[in-house]
Write a protein that binds this ligand. Sequence first.
Ligand code: ZN
Ligand code: ZN
Length: 141
Amino acid sequence: MDPAPFTPVRGSCLCGAVRFELTGKPMSLSYCHCSRCRKQAGLSAAVLMVRRGDFRLLSGAEHIRRYTPAAPFKHVRAFCGTCGSPLGEPSEDHEVFPIAASALDDDPGVRPVLHQNTAALPAWHMLPDDGVKRMEGTYGG
Ligand SMILES: [Zn+2]
Ligand SMILES: [Zn+2]
């Protein structure tokens, strides 16, 4: 059976240099509230898990920078080197990788299923009572 048609979802950074599209529905959407994501994303990270075959970089490869943290942290974080927008971790090496939902220009058609690492929420960040499952967690990558 052919999969249901999917209208490509566009994404871009703040300055517009980096543009991409998702050609298939993301596998999931969740929020990460760990301090690592907070510092990079500006609050919490909204993370789409995307199949590599569904991610297409349209422009701006030369603008993409990657921050590789020192151990014990492991998550490489890509961002636009001109405007700083988080992009997630698009990778040639992984079949599935995270993409920053904050960079999307269109509705990806998925809704959040999880708040991760809520134990790391700062006192000044109060989550709405949205009914989305929460996991306290302790991890920050
Ligand atoms: Zn940019
Ligand atoms: Zn995180």
